[in-house]
Design a protein around this ligand. Structure first.
Ligand code: HEM
Ligand code: NAG
Ligand code: NAG
Ligand code: NAG
Ligand code: NAG
Ligand code: NAG
Length: 431
């Protein structure tokens, strides 16, 4: 074989090899999420792409990037901090590469480094053009103390978070990080990401399953949860109490019926939203947490109260006498509202929203003051009206002692009445 021949064969071989390796790379299945991180600039995006190697039961490959203008960037497997396996990335001590620290979320405190999970940082990683870039293989990362990943899931829950801006340079995987400035939630289809193992290749032209989710930085609100909370808080804090006033102060049964029916509708839609997000986003999908159980009880109570009220009013219309079951309505109504308000507190607690607990507490106090004082003044007004019609009041009027508004001014003391002494100049002398 001539050397020319050999060279040609080598060239062919190399071409074939690179074609094969390209094909192999393309064959690495992955599921990718791109979300807006600290700004709409592409370098500040948060990208998470995961590959599930089918020939392994305890490893995953991932590509991650986030803005390096923040002290740290992280993503985690799980639907909230608690129970999540979190991969925190920050600059290495020399500032040229990245340190990746696998940590376990234990609540709203700094996640703790775990040595049960190993992360191999692979080529292509570093701090590139204003972004942390991580290509990695993790081992021991399919289940951990507190949780596991469901590689069969078409919507596995993930979270990401970004630290405050600045630089944190450390090679220590237990380095102290300070609380995030922003975070968000997303899902990845891991079923579709299963196959040949390898680091996922994310090109900016890929249109993957899960591109972007709108702003996440600062606006860390779960829209489904927010919709649920808005409807429930509005119903129990504003609409139900208004319906109460419609009856007790404005004394309009039809208005009471209309307002309470609207509030009930809000509660039904809000409950559906709550059940929906609980199941779809795996926020206690068994519906067995205190907030969820109490919520279902309140929903049942609200429906019962409404039905009893309707039946009671029908009976009253027919018989012209108050129905006995209206007593039930008068107990059920306020209890439902009270329990609903209690469950708003429990809900804010369930979502670990301390701010919400405080704001809601103040708003609830205001509501009680407003409803209470309107009811009180209305009652007093009625009692006064009632007082005018008592025998004593008639007697009073008969006696001709007209005083107050409309009557003649009282006689001036000193004008033929009791002589007045000027206390200002000469104090009275007691003998
Ligand atoms: C020093 C470390 C950390 C502290 C002190 C901390 C603290 C907190 C606090 C107080 C909240 C509630 C905030 C609110 O109600 O808006 C929260 C929520 C959250 N954090 Fe962190 N965090 C830390 C690190 C991380 C990391 C590394 C991640 C990585 C993904 C993360 C992801 C989240 C997410 C997704 C939420 C919302 C869901 C949930 O309630 O758990 N956090 N964190
Ligand atoms: C960062 O470290 C990884 C693993 O050691 C290496 O493959 C990569 O080339 C490094 N990146 C830079 C920019 O040095
Ligand atoms: C960094 O960004 C500049 C301009 O956006 C671009 O020209 C350059 O190729 C980028 N470098 C890398 C390593 O991506
Ligand atoms: C995922 O699916 C595979 C086969 O399709 C099965 O062997 C495995 O037990 C499943 N895992 C879970 C967590 O459902
Ligand atoms: C990816 O983005 C870079 C700049 O950020 C650009 O130069 C490059 O052409 C893009 N690649 C594709 C495939 O769109
Ligand atoms: C960065 O994120 C924004 C918002 O999600 C998205 O519109 C944009 O296409 C992303 N940029 C890249 C390069 O993926």
């Amino acid at each position: 074989m001539s050397s020319l021949h050999q060279a040609r064969l080598w060239a062919l071989f190399t071409v074939l090899l690179s074609v094969f390796s390209l094909a192999a790379q393309a064959a690495v299945p992955a599921s990718t999420y791109v979300g807006m991180g600290s700004s709409s600039d592409a370098k500040d995006n948060v990208t998470v792409s995961v590959n599930v190697p089918s020939d392994s039961t305890d490893s995953l490959f991932y590509h991650f990037s986030g803005p390096s203008a923040q002290t740290w960037a992280a993503f985690g497997i799980g639907h909230q901090m608690s129970g999540a396996l979190i991969f925190v990335t920050y600059a290495s001590e020399d500032g040229n590469n990245v340190t990746v620290s696998p940590r376990l979320g234990v609540g709203h405190v700094m996640p703790q480094h775990t040595s049960d999970v190993t992360v191999d940082v692979l080529s292509g990683s570093g701090i590139v053009n204003g972004s942390f870039v991580v290509n990695a293989k993790c081992t021991g990362c399919r289940s951990w103390s507190g949780g596991s990943v469901n590689v069969n899931s078409s919507s596995q829950n993930f979270i990401w978070a970004l630290g405050p801006s600045g630089t944190l340079k450390s090679d220590d995987t237990s380095a102290t990080i300070s609380q995030h400035e922003g975070y968000n939630f997303f899902n990845l289809n891991l079923k579709d990401a299963t196959g040949t193992g390898g680091v996922p290749i994310v090109s900016n032209s890929t249109t993957d399953d899960n591109l972007n989710d709108g702003p996440g930085f600062g606006g860390h609100v779960n829209p489904g949860v927010a919709f649920h909370a808005f409807l429930m808080v509005a119903a129990f804090l504003v609409v139900f109490p208004t319906g109460y006033l419609a009856l007790r102060v404005f004394e309009r049964v039809w208005l009471h019926w209309g307002v309470q029916s609207f509030a009930l509708l809000m509660v039904c839609v809000g409950s559906a939203a709550g059940i929906g997000v609980s199941i779809r986003q795996s926020l206690t999908p068994s519906l067995k947490s205190g907030h969820q159980i109490l919520g279902l009880v309140v929903l049942a109570l609200a429906l019962t109260t409404w039905t009893v009220g309707l039946i009671g009013h029908r009976i009253y219309k027919k018989t012209k006498t108050p129905a006995k079951i209206m007593k039930g309505h008068r107990v059920l109504g306020p209890s439902t509202i009270l329990l609903g308000l209690v469950n708003c507190f429990v809900g804010f607690n369930f979502a670990s929203n301390n701010h919400g607990v405080i704001v809601f507490g103040i708003a609830m106090l205001l509501m009680f003051i407003i409803v209470g004082s309107l009811t009180f003044f209305n009652r007093r007004r009625k009692m006064r009206k009632g007082a005018m019609n008592t025998p004593a009041a008639f007697n009073f009027r008969e006696g001709g002692m007209e005083s107050g508004n409309g009557g003649p001014p009282p006689p001036l003391y000193g004008e033929g009445g009791i002589p007045l002494q000027s206390y200002a100049n000469t104090p009275p002398v007691y003998r």
